[in-house]
Design a protein around this ligand. Structure first.
Ligand SMILES: Cc1ncc(COP(=O)(O)O)c(C=O)c1O
Length: 381
């Protein structure tokens, strides 16, 4: 067959190399308005930028492998002992560590369909299986997840809010769910969009998350947070897990040495303190989400209610072609065929200017709503 096919591990051989998350990036061909990866359109906070500048001068030195100052700061910030915090190169690295630590051939993890694509990658890299249950109303069906658990299940992934649908499972439902889950399982509560979701929840007067309480009482739960979203540091790769000290200790053994750059650690320290900045980002996001949803619905598109910094939109046609036409207009959005939603796109909520350009482009390239197919009715419209 080929030189290395028989030599590489079974998971490396069997994993798909065409995952949509890593699809070829054409952004460099011309400047695009990037509304395809849920990044912060405003950039890092000025305080983080200053810290980055200062930290560059010591880039000749290896970073603190334990990320100790940041770990201590996060522990104090969340009211947890430092042993219950593990800093990693983005929260995806924490996901990979959990999978390497808890999974292997013959074991499985359970999540929902149309959820974060890295769950599949991280699970399959260990030779384990990922069981994906159907959604209900574009959100997690917790009952279906419970029914999918078997003796070989070790992890449950709950992206809250979910990527790509943006939908949120309220705290009450999560609490009920945790009460039903067998004790030997680890439930990963992936709160990458925490700052946006808690802002939306305040506006809507609902309780989004009590996840830190579960961690504080030693539940078999790992909460994931990241500096990639509201803090605007996606390019620096820094995130963390909060969970049982013993489990995080095992995960720490599996970590790559020096995996979180010193510049990233310094930036995160300042970003965490700049609460004024993250509050402004979350506020703008909520305002723009409302305006953008109104525009899209006004054009006849169906939108799922978002608690994150992106909208899940049914285009009523082949989303890849739709996204291709938008790209011609200079706007990148994410078509969701690879997530099993061939008519849907995910569009990041940008700055007011970016959103304006997106809507104008949409008016030029979108199909007239009343010509759209029955798939548009999926959101009940
Ligand atoms: C649900 C979810 N979890 C985690 C991440 C990854 O974040 P990080 O950049 O910290 O690896 C993302 C990024 O898109 C996400 O959508």
């Amino acid at each position: 067959m080929s030189r290395f096919f028989d030599l590489v591990s079974k998971p490396a051989r069997e994993m798909s190399s065409a995952l949509p998350f890593l699809a070829a990036r054409h952004e460099f061909e011309r400047p695009l308005i990037k509304l395809d990866s849920n990044e912060n359109p405003f950039g890092p906070s000025p305080r983080a930028l200053e810290a980055i500048g200062n930290a560059l001068a010591t880039s000749n030195l290896y970073p603190d492998d334990d990320c100790r100052p940041l770990r201590l700061k996060l522990a104090a910030h969340h009211g947890l002992p430092p042993e219950q915090v593990l800093v990693t190169a983005g929260s995806t690295a924490m996901l990979a560590l959990l999978c390497q630590t808890l999974l292997g051939p013959g074991l499985n993890a359970v999540t929902s369909e149309r959820s974060f694509i890295v769950y599949s990658m991280a699970v399959h890299a260990t030779g384990a299986q990922l069981v994906e249950v159907p959604m209900r109303d574009d959100t997690y069906d917790l009952g279906a997840i419970l029914r999918a658990i078997d003796a070989n299940t070790r992890i449950i992934f709950l992206a809250n809010p979910n990527n790509p649908t943006g939908t949120m499972v309220p705290a009450q439902a999560v609490e009920w769910f945790l009460g039903q889950v067998p004790g030997h399982l680890v439930v990963v509560l992936d709160e990458a969009y925490y700052e946006f979701a808690s802002h939306f929840a305040r506006l809507r007067q609902v309780t989004y998350s009590n996840s830190l309480e579960y961690v504080a009482r030693g539940a078999s739960v790992v909460v994931l947070r990241t500096f990639s979203k509201a803090h605007g540091l996606a390019g620096l790769r820094v995130g963390y897990g909060l969970g049982p000290a013993e489990l995080l200790g095992y995960c720490a053994r599996m970590r790559n040495t020096y995996s979180v750059p010193s510049v990233a650690q310094a930036a995160a320290m300042e970003a965490l303190e700049d609460t004024e900045y993250t509050a402004q980002v979350a506020e703008s996001n909520a305002v723009q989400a409302r305006l953008l949803a109104r525009e899209l619905e006004g054009l006849g598109y169906r939108i799922a209610p978002t608690s994150a910094n992106f909208l899940y939109c049914d285009t009523g046609e082949d989303a890849a072609g739709f996204a291709g036409r938008l790209r011609e207009e200079g706007v990148a959005v994410r078509p969701l065929g690879g997530w099993g939603a061939p008519n849907c796109i995910r569009v990041t909520i940008g700055t007011p200017e970016q959103n304006d350009i997106f809507v104008r482009a949409l008016r030029r390239v979108g199909v007239v709503p009343d010509r759209r197919g029955p798939a548009a009715a999926r959101f009940g419209g």
